[in-house]
Design a protein around this ligand. Structure first.
Ligand code: C2E
Ligand code: MG
Ligand code: MG
Ligand code: MG
Length: 284
C-alpha cells in the first residue's frame, strides 16, 4: 500500500507502515523457524455434556510459544500462515500432535473421548485434503469415529460441489463433521440437510446474548430447535456464566464449551483433569 506521493513523485511510507512491513517479514521468518524448532503447542478446551457435566470432547486450539513474544494466539499468526502457505504444514503438526495426545487419553480409559480439530479453508480446498488428513489419523492409529472436524459455513458455500464430495468421503470413514461459528457465516440453510453434518456449534456471539430479557437469546432458541428437528448434536461455544449454562441446559443443548468450565489448556493439565476426576469437568 502506498500512503501518498511526495511532491517530486516519490512514494513515501509512514513510519508505522515500515514497521508493520518489517514486523510481518520477521513474523514470517519466525513462523518458518517455529515449525522447524517445534514451537507450536496444541491446547485443548473441554466440551462438556450439559446434563452429566462430563468431558465428552476436546477441541484442539493451536498456540505458538514464541521465544521472545511469549504465548501467541491464532489471531496473531494464522492469517499469516494462510497467506504464506505455511498453513498446510502447521495444520499437519496440529493434527499430528492432537492425534498423539488424545489417542493416548482414549486408550487410557476414555474410549469415547472426541477430538475436535479446526480446519482452514485453504486446507480443505487442497485436492489431497482427505488423503492427507486420513494419513495422519492412521499413522497414529487414531479411531476415525473419535475425530470431529470443524469447518465454517463459508468454507462450504465457497465450493459446495467439491466440499460435499470430500465431506461424504470423510463421513463414510466415520469422521464427524461440525459447523463452527454457526449462524455467523454467509450461507444458505439449504446445505444442512444435504451434507453429512453431525454437529452445529452455536457461535459465542449468540451465547453472549443470553441475558435476562435480551432478545438475542431468540437466535439460540431457533438454532437449538432446528438442530433438534434435524437430529444434529449441538455444542454451545463461549459459555462463561452459570446463567448461560442453565439457559442452554433447559433448552436442550447437548454440550457446552467455554471459560465457565475451562479455557484451552496444555496436554499435561488435561491428563491431570481426566485422571483426577474420572472425566468429570472441573468448574473453575
Ligand atoms: P473457534 O474454533 O471458534 O474456537 C473458539 C475460540 O474461542 C478459541 O479461541 C477459544 O479459546 C475461545 N473461547 C473458548 N471459550 C471461550 C469463552 O468462554 N469466552 C471467550 N471469550 N472465548 C472463548 P482461540 O484459541 O484464540 O482460536 C481462535 C480461532 O482460531 C478458532 O475459533 C479457530 O477458528 C482458529 N483456530 C484455532 N486453532 C486452530 C487450528 O489448529 N487450525 C485452524 N485452521 N484454525 C484454528
Ligand atoms: Mg472451532
Ligand atoms: Mg467457533
Ligand atoms: Mg472460528
Amino acid at each position: 500500500h502506498v500512503k501518498g506521493k511526495g511532491k517530486d513523485g516519490y512514494c513515501f511510507f509512514s513510519d508505522s507502515m515500515s514497521i508493520d512491513t518489517a514486523n510481518r517479514l520477521n513474523l514470517e521468518r519466525d513462523l518458518r523457524q517455529a515449525l522447524e524448532r517445534d514451537e507450536l503447542r496444541v491446547y485443548y478446551q473441554p466440551q462438556v455434556c450439559a446434563t452429566t457435566n462430563r468431558i465428552v470432547g476436546l477441541e484442539a486450539l493451536v498456540r505458538w510459544q514464541h521465544p521472545e513474544r511469549g504465548l501467541l494466539y491464532p489471531r496473531d499468526f494464522l492469517p499469516l500462515a494462510e497467506e504464506t502457505q505455511l498453513i498446510g504444514l502447521l495444520s499437519e503438526r496440529v493434527l499430528d500432535k492432537a492425534c498423539q495426545d488424545v489417542g493416548l487419553w482414549i486408550r487410557s480409559g476414555h474410549p469415547d473421548l472426541r477430538l475436535a480439530v479446526n480446519l482452514s479453508p485453504i486446507q480443505v480446498e487442497h485436492p489431497k485434503f482427505v488423503e492427507t488428513l486420513m494419513e495422519t489419523v492412521k499413522a497414529h492409529n487414531f479411531p476415525a469415529g473419535n475425530l470431529e472436524i470443524e469447518i465454517t459455513e463459508n468454507v462450504i458455500m465457497n465450493d459446495l460441489e467439491q466440499i460435499s464430495q470430500k465431506l461424504r468421503e470423510l463421513a463414510e470413514l466415520g469422521v464427524r463433521i461440525a459447523i463452527d461459528d454457526f449462524g455467523t457465516g454467509y450461507s444458505s440453510l439449504n446445505y444442512i440437510h444435504r451434507l453429512p453434518i453431525h454437529t452445529l456449534k452455536v457461535d459465542q456471539s449468540f451465547v453472549k446474548a443470553i441475558r435476562a430479557g435480551d432478545d438475542g437469546a431468540c437466535i439460540v432458541n431457533a438454532i437449538v430447535a432446528m438442530a433438534h428437528g434435524l437430529k444434529l448434536e449441538i455444542v454451545a461455544e463461549g459459555v462463561e456464566t452459570d446463567e448461560q449454562l442453565e439457559y442452554l441446559r433447559r433448552l436442550g443443548c447437548h454440550q457446552v464449551q467455554g471459560f465457565f468450565y475451562s479455557p484451552a489448556r496444555p496436554a499435561l493439565d488435561i491428563t491431570r483433569t481426566l485422571g483426577q476426576s474420572n472425566a468429570r469437568a472441573v468448574a473453575s
